[in-house]
Design a protein around this ligand. Structure first.
Ligand SMILES: NC(=O)c1ccc[n+]([C@@H]2O[C@H](COP(=O)([O-])OP(=O)(O)OC[C@H]3O[C@@H](n4cnc5c(N)ncnc54)[C@H](OP(=O)(O)O)[C@@H]3O)[C@@H](O)[C@H]2O)c1
Length: 215
């Protein structure tokens, strides 16, 4: 992505974006277009100049057509995760202003009508409540790798209802979600200070954690 940052005074009406007009293998159906409309912001949305976008399995599955019933109409710009710079704010936005560096997952519900104009584009729009200030110690690329996966990791841990003496086996512990589950458990361990960790399945793919407290 071009990292030359815009302000509201020079936002173009058209942008480059990855688009699919038919479902299928992304190699076949995903095209880089240069005349896609820049999304309009609604009252509670900001327009983000995309610096980095994250890729997640759900994006791939969506392009394949596995969620047609709840998907956005075609053609669609895919992509959930973004890190970038706010270049325009809606009339009701209070949390951010032009120039702020933000990151987030632009879809509140990943499989319930995700936005038609996703993050694999020069610009994307998102509700302010879905965004957070980008930490200064993270690059844009690092920040864009986090939002959907860390939310998934957190929801998964909540569902385990981790409690006294329970163990969690994290399958795929080296993957996007798995690494974040392990880090969240580590943070939790720091807070309550009473966790047993067993790393060490030889392929590094899994970890076993035993809790002495409730999640
Ligand atoms: N990313 C998200 O935000 C998100 C959200 C909702 C649901 N999910 C689902 O959660 C799952 C993981 O997503 P992810 O983003 O973490 O994917 P990922 O980054 O590709 O990680 C997948 C992990 O699974 C491991 N793995 C693959 N095949 C395996 C096997 N046969 N035996 C043991 N381990 C195996 C991989 O190990 P190697 O790297 O060594 O191959 C890798 O560590 C997917 O089913 C995805 O659809 C993800």
């Amino acid at each position: 992505m071009d990292t030359c940052l815009s302000s509201s005074s020079n936002i173009p009406s058209k942008m480059k974006a990855w688009v699919y007009a038919h479902h299928g293998n992304p190699v076949d159906v995903l095209k880089l277009e240069s005349d896609v409309d820049v999304p309009q912001v609604k009252d509670y949305q900001v327009l983000i100049k995309v610096v980095a976008a994250g890729l997640n399995p759900v994006g791939f599955k969506r392009i394949l057509g596995l969620f047609i019933e709840a998907d956005s109409p075609l053609p669609t710009v895919p992509g959930y995760d973004v890190a970038g710079v706010v270049v325009k704010v809606g009339s009701q936005v209070t949390l951010f202003k032009e120039g702020d560096e933000v990151y987030g997952n632009i879809n509140e519900k990943g499989l319930d009508h995700p936005k038609r104009y996703g993050t694999l584009a020069e610009y994307t729009a998102a509700e302010e409540k879905l965004l957070a200030p980008k930490p200064k110690n993270l690059s844009f690329v690092e920040a864009a790798s986090i939002p959907l996966a860390i939310g998934t990791a957190y929801e998964g841990l909540e569902k385990t209802a981790l409690s006294v003496s329970k163990s969690i086996l994290v399958l795929g512990g080296a993957g996007g979600v798995g690494t974040l589950v392990i880090q969240e458990v580590a943070i939790y361990n720091g807070e309550i200070g009473d966790f047993d960790f067993s790393f060490g399945l030889e392929d590094g793919r899994s970890g076993l954690f035993t809790s002495n407290e409730s999640w």
